[in-house]
Ligand binder design. Sequence first.
Ligand SMILES: Cc1cc2nc3c(=O)[nH]c(=O)nc-3n(C[C@H](O)[C@H](O)[C@H](O)COP(=O)(O)OP(=O)(O)OC[C@H]3O[C@@H](n4cnc5c(N)ncnc54)[C@H](O)[C@@H]3O)c2cc1C
Length: 400
Amino acid sequence: MKIVCVGGGPAGLYFSILAKLSREKHDVTVLERNAPGVTYGWGVVFWNDLVDDLYRNDPVSAREIAEAAARWDTQEVYLRGELATRVGGDGFSLGRDRLLDILTRRAGGLGVDIRYQCEVQDLSAYADADLIVACDGVNSGLRLQHAPHFQTQVEEGTNKYIWLGTDKVFDAFTFAFEQPPAGWIWFHAYRFNTETSTCIIECPQATWEALGFGKLGPDETLRRLEDIFKRRLAGHSLFNQLRGLGKAPWLNFKRIRNERWYHDNIALMGDAAHTTHFSIGSGTKLAIQDAIGLARQLREHTDLPTALKAYDEERRQALLAIQLAARSSAEWFENVPSYVNQSALQFAHTLLNRRGSSAWSYLLLLASQQSVLRGVLRGLHSSRRWVRSRQRGSDGARPA
Ligand SMILES: Cc1cc2nc3c(=O)[nH]c(=O)nc-3n(C[C@H](O)[C@H](O)[C@H](O)COP(=O)(O)OP(=O)(O)OC[C@H]3O[C@@H](n4cnc5c(N)ncnc54)[C@H](O)[C@@H]3O)c2cc1C
């Protein structure tokens, strides 16, 4: 089969790997508009469920990803500079550039033809392809060309956000909410290697305008943000220089949905097919799970239309719950000012349970303010992680 993936992000690269692993004879090409190493964003978070999927589907790249990833086991919430809560959590984080580098080398090693600086405007040059995978990201040009078939819906979030890096190493996954006179503004931050953290800064449009971000240049913007968050950044710098793509812009989150994920021999995948708000940190995982889903359907059905239909049904269904959770999370962040007049602990509770909470969750949060119980919970998390890593055959560090 001749397969062309338009877009060399996690979706396109991982699908190309699985297509080659399924059948070496598949002729697989990835077309990427940027040069090698050029990409947006900083580190991304993920959890054990993705690591399990990676090990099940390609242990070679899974091992590299797991070894390269940083781990965090604590979440902290700061309100107006004060610690509101510190609780356990359990996740991984990895630089997007590092992830792409691992997948690129693996795909290349399996014989995938990766062509850089190859921007696809239309598909006429690829008319002989059996399958075209449109994995060209949130602003997918291929999706746009066939929007009536895919029945695309795009909604824009009301908050402004900017995806930055910082040399402040946040060992815990940290939320910090500040209230300068202009209004509420906050960040989501976590380290993804020993030197650098992701720092996504978000605020309502009104705060953004009152702080003058629409008129400030990129460097003045950074200096202003460093000043607003000086308590948590502790003298460290924010970075906005992307790899080969200029300076990070302020954006509004775009929620993408498609009623249909295929048209003729074109399949949508990853952000081209759907987005989930960045506050639940799942877009990369879902892009990879789409790739796994399509590769499996192609193995199970020799007939392409049947495989594409099954892929469409399976993945759209799988996304329903997480899209709902993402919407709740995005709405929580769009209503921050209405939560901040509670006690700091209640505020942190609504934040940490923004995807839905149980009657016990507040009591558990109260109890976990005691460092002894927090230590016990952390020990449990760490043991569970070790057991899972042994089950999948990866080298998990023994829990302390
Ligand atoms: C602020 C922020 C934070 C995030 N944090 C996380 C997180 O913590 N965890 C997580 O799992 N996800 C996170 N995500 C989501 C994640 O980045 C995306 O969901 C993921 O990158 C989707 O992968 P993809 O391959 O579908 O698209 P992309 O990674 O966007 O890749 C698409 C590729 O297609 C290329 N391309 C586009 N058009 C063309 C064309 N015409 N021709 C050729 N190539 C083209 C692009 O250059 C790009 O390389 C975050 C997103 C944002 C905005």
